[in-house]
Design a binder for this molecule. Structure first.
Ligand SMILES: Cc1ncc(COP(=O)(O)O)c(C=O)c1O
Length: 395
C-alpha cells in the first residue's frame, strides 16, 4: 500500500493526543479547550428535537443546500449585528461543520505551496495544522500584550510583498494567550490591511464570552473593502458536538467556499443546523450565554487567584477578560514540555506552549484552560502544579 505525501506527513495533533491521556477521571485536566458539560442544554434539546420532527418531519432528515439552512443563516445575520456589530445578509453567510472546517477550506482557497501565511506568534494550534496541509511558508508576526504589533506587521509585509496570501488572527480572547486587541490596535491593523489588500481570517469563537471590560468592535465591523473573513461558532456558546459554525465574507469568497464544500462534505448536518436554529427560536440563547459567562468568570478568577497565591515567584500569567484560556510564562530556560511527565504524575495536565508556534521554540510557556474543571479541582490542580514548579525552580 502506497500512501500519498500528504498522508505520510500527517501527524496527530498534540492536543488531541494529550486529550486522550487526560480523559481518565482522576486527571485534573487544564489541557483541552472543552466547555463545561454541565451547562449543555440537554432538556431543552429534547424539546427542540421533538419540535423539529413534529414540524419539519422528514425534511429535517433530508439533504439540504451547501450554503446552509436559510432560517439559521438569517438568525446568524441578526446575531452578527447584535454581538459583533456587523451588517450582513444571508448572501454573506455560509454554515460550516465547525470553524475548523472553515479554516481548512479557506486555506485551500487561498494557499498554494510556498505561499506566505501570516499568523500571530503564538496562534491556535488547530489552525497551524489545517494550514500546514497546503504547505505554506509560515511567517510569525510578533505580538505583545495588546495583540499583533502593527509596526512589525508592516515590516513583514514590506519584506514578503505579494507572496503574502492570507493572515490568520484571533483578536478576541486569543487561543492560547487569552489576549484581546484594544480598539486602537484594531484600527491600526485595518489601516495596514486596507493599504496592502490581503485576506484576513478573523477567527472569533470566544467573542461573546466577555467577563469584564467593554466590548470591542470586531475587525469585520471595520472592514470597508471585503478583506476580512469572519469565522463564528456555536461550539462555545451552545455545544461543540453539533459541529455548527459559520463564515461571513464577501459573496465572491462565499461562492468559492460553497463550491469547495460541495467536494468536501456537501453540507453541514441538516438536523444539527435545525437543532441550532430551533433552539434559538424556542429558548433564549442570550440567557444561556449569560449563564456560561457567570460560571467561566468564577472559574477564571479562581484559577488566576490560585496561581497568584500558590505559584512561586518568577512565573507570570495572563488575566484574560474573556474566553477559556490563560497563558503561563516560566523563566527563560525552563521547558514546559519536559515538565509534562512530572505534572502528569500528579494527575494534572496542561498544553505546553511550543506547538502554538509554527516554527517551534518558546518552550517556557504553557496554556491552561479554566472552563471545564469544577472549582474545587481548579484549586487542587493549581496547588499540585505549583508544587512541581517550586521543585523545579529550587533545583
Ligand atoms: C481559535 C479557535 N478556532 C477554531 C476552533 C474550532 O472550533 P469549532 O468547534 O467551531 O470547529 C477552536 C476550538 O477550540 C479555536 O480555539
Amino acid at each position: 500500500m502506497q500512501f500519498s505525501d500528504l498522508a505520510m506527513n500527517l501527524k496527530a495533533s498534540e492536543i488531541r493526543e494529550l486529550l486522550k491521556l487526560t480523559t481518565m477521571p482522576e486527571v485534573i485536566s487544564f489541557a483541552g479547550g472543552l466547555p463545561a458539560p454541565e451547562l449543555f442544554p440537554t432538556e431543552q434539546l429534547k424539546k427542540v428535537d421533538d419540535a423539529i420532527l413534529t414540524k419539519d418531519g422528514r425534511a429535517a432528515l433530508q439533504y439540504g443546500t451547501t450554503e446552509g439552512y436559510d432560517p439559521l443563516r438569517k438568525q446568524i445575520a441578526a446575531r452578527m449585528k447584535q454581538a459583533f456589530m456587523v451588517d450582513c445578509n444571508i448572501d454573506n453567510i455560509t454554515i460550516t461543520s465547525g470553524s475548523q472546517q472553515g479554516l481548512s477550506m479557506l486555506a485551500q482557497i487561498f494557499i498554494n505551496p510556498g505561499d506566505v501565511v501570516l499568523v500571530e506568534s503564538p496562534t491556535y494550534l488547530g489552525a497551524i495544522n489545517a494550514f500546514k496541509l497546503c504547505k505554506p511558508e509560515f511567517v510569525e508576526v510578533p505580538t505583545d500584550e495588546k495583540g499583533v504589533i502593527p509596526e512589525e506587521l508592516e515590516k513583514i509585509l514590506a519584506k514578503y510583498g505579494d507572496r503574502v496570501r492570507m493572515m490568520y488572527v484571533i483578536p478576541e480572547f486569543q487561543n492560547p494567550t487569552g489576549i484581546t486587541w484594544p480598539v486602537e490596535r484594531r484600527k491600526a491593523f485595518m489601516d495596514i490591511v486596507n493599504r496592502y489588500d490581503f485576506p484576513v481570517l478573523e477567527d472569533d469563537p470566544y467573542g461573546e464570552l466577555r467577563y469584564d471590560g467593554d466590548k470591542v468592535p470586531s475587525l469585520k465591523s471595520m472592514d470597508t473593502k471585503g478583506n476580512i473573513i469572519f469565522l463564528g461558532s456555536f461550539s462555545k456558546i451552545l455545544m461543540p458536538g453539533l459541529r455548527i459554525a459559520w463564515m461571513v465574507a464577501d459573496p465572491v469568497i462565499i461562492d468559492k467556499v460553497v463550491k469547495l464544500k460541495q467536494a468536501v462534505d456537501l453540507q453541514a448536518s441538516s438536523f444539527g443546523q435545525r437543532q441550532t436554529s430551533y433552539y434559538i427560536d424556542m429558548f433564549d440563547l442570550d440567557e444561556h450565554v449569560a449563564k456560561i459567562k457567570a460560571l467561566y468568570k468564577k472559574r477564571r478568577d479562581l484559577m488566576c487567584e490560585s496561581m497568584k497565591q500558590y505559584f512561586p515567584e518568577g512565573i507570570t500569567f495572563t488575566y484574560p477578560e474573556g474566553g477559556l484560556f490563560t497563558w503561563v510564562t516560566l523563566p527563560e530556560g525552563m521547558d514546559a514540555k519536559e515538565l509534562m511527565p512530572k505534572v502528569l504524575a500528579k494527575n494534572v495536565a496542561y498544553v505546553p506552549g511550543g506547538p502554538f508556534y509554527p516554527h517551534g521554540g518558546h518552550a517556557n510557556h504553557f496554556r491552561l484552560n479554566y472552563s471545564n474543571m469544577p472549582e474545587d479541582r481548579i484549586v487542587e490542580g493549581i496547588k499540585r502544579l505549583a508544587d512541581v514548579l517550586k521543585e523545579e525552580l529550587a533545583k
